[in-house]
Design a protein around this ligand. Structure first.
Ligand code: NAD
Length: 406
């Protein structure tokens, strides 16, 4: 598509834990940084060649698309739910991230096509299968499931389920960070009803992942030796009431149960395998919406940066592909999960986090946490604060992924 003639100066507009504007050139710089990192680590021998990423435009999913493309020359199909920009309004960051990704992939002669739609629908599954059949040599050898969604429309009944972030026990009170104002406050999170738990499992559980794998298998588009991976989180005890033992944790248990079924089926039919990878807590659009977690992340970043083992999404995913999925050492835990939260959960790191947690207040936020780093990372998600980008210059809000440009 030709660049549109409507350009504008784009500044961040944050409201609570969202930023309502995104910068196309900043998002491109962010994607390029990730590509440069992957290239600096060198090729991944035996890595995947034909990859479907569900939830491919931001966070862990975007990194899961960048790594196979630029470390093993993979053709990729990415599915996501993002908003294109218009003459007057910026698009969502994932839209611009994908525009940059597709251009960089094309420059290296890689196939990169995207679908913007609802991953939960039958239609998206059918469209993805058509593209795999007609344009990707008929098979994929890796399927990454990295959705984070607040709601799901059941594809058969049309019923809409909403997920909640609540406990599954009683009320839980702890410190939280007002990331807009830099205030450490107390928050009380109530218990979910049985219906809310069921609905959260419907949205963030393993059902849709399994529907995807069944649809792909039924269409005959899975390669022999195919792998599939979905992402989870566990974290330290202090966040368990809201995460691991909360509604979202119930959904993640359901993802693990689905993983066991998908794995058994893939082993039999394709000598394939399914995995859950437990990743590190990181600033993403999804995690910034969870109470308590942003304060934990701010402290964690400080401790891990001090120790020199801090990672972002791209470092985590590079390690997942290079060392675990295609590196010959899955290093599974007792429950059969890949653990990329190994450095986060190191006893020394967790002891330091727990100590800072007890002492942290609004007054000590800059001393005990990396709140500055948190804020920088948050803005970066939307393409702001990147080196080499002139934020005083006009940018084109209608920048679009070539495969989706109208
Ligand atoms: P994110 O918000 O950065 O990205 C979510 C992706 O899902 C985007 O590409 C978005 O477009 C897509 N999406 C949302 N709804 C969709 C829909 N209906 N149809 C199609 N696409 C849709 O999220 P993230 O933090 O990278 O999370 C991805 C996965 O990683 C989740 O399963 C999450 O639980 C897990 N995880 C996250 C963290 C963390 O700290 N962020 C840690 C461990 C595991």
């Amino acid at each position: 598509m030709e660049p549109s003639s409507n350009t504008m100066i784009i500044q961040p507009k944050t409201r609570g834990f969202i930023c309502t504007t995104s910068h196309p050139d900043g998002c491109a710089a962010n994607v390029q940084e990730q590509i440069d990192y992957v290239k600096s680590k060198g090729p991944i021998e035996g890595g995947p060649k034909s990859v479907l990423v569900i939830g491919a435009s931001a966070g862990y999913g975007l990194a899961s698309r960048i790594v196979p493309a630029f470390a093993s020359g993979a053709n990729t199909l990415g599915l996501f739910f993002e908003k294109p920009g218009t003459e007057k309004k910026t698009g969502s960051a994932g839209w611009y991230n994908t525009a940059a990704f597709e251009k960089a992939a094309a420059a290296e002669g890689l196939f990169a096509k995207s679908l913007n739609g609802d991953a939960f629908s039958h239609e998206s599954k059918a469209q993805a299968i058509e593209i795999i059949k007609n344009e990707m040599g008929g098979k994929v050898d890796l399927v990454v499931y990295s959705l984070a969604s607040p709601r799901r429309t059941d594809p058969d009944t049309g019923e809409v389920y909403k997920s909640v972030l609540k406990t599954t026990g009683g009320d839980y009170t702890n410190k939280t960070l007002n990331t807009d104002k830099g205030l450490v406050q107390e928050v009380t999170i109530g218990a979910a009803t049985e219906e809310e738990i069921t609905n959260t499992v419907k949205v963030m559980g393993g059902d849709d992942w399994e529907l995807w794998m069944n649809a792909l298998e039924g269409a005959g588009v899975l390669a022999d030796g195919v792998k599939t991976v979905a992402y989870s989180y566990i974290g330290p005890e202090l966040t368990w009431p809201i995460y691991t033992d909360g509604t979202i944790g119930r959904a993640k248990k359901d993802v693990e149960a689905a993983c066991a079924r998908i794995d058994a089926a893939l082993r039999e039919t394709h000598s394939g395998a399914a995995f859950v990878s437990v990743n590190k807590a990181l600033v993403t659009q999804a995690s910034s919406a969870i109470p308590v977690v942003p304060l934990y992340i701010s402290i964690l970043y400080k401790e891990m940066k001090a120790k020199g083992n801090h990672e972002g999404c791209i470092e985590q995913m590079q390690r997942l592909f290079a060392d675990r999925l295609y590196g010959g050492d899955l290093a599974l835990d007792e429950a059969g999960r890949i653990r990329l939260d190994d450095w986060e959960m190191e006893p020394g790191i967790q002891a330091a986090v727990a100590e800072a947690w007890d002492r942290v207040s609004t007054e000590t936020i800059n001393e005990l946490t990396d709140f500055k780093g948190y804020q920088e990372e948050f803005l970066k998600l939307f393409g702001f604060g990147l080196e080499g980008v002139d934020y005083g210059a006009e940018a084109d809000p209608e920048t679009a992924p070539p495969s989706l440009a109208g």
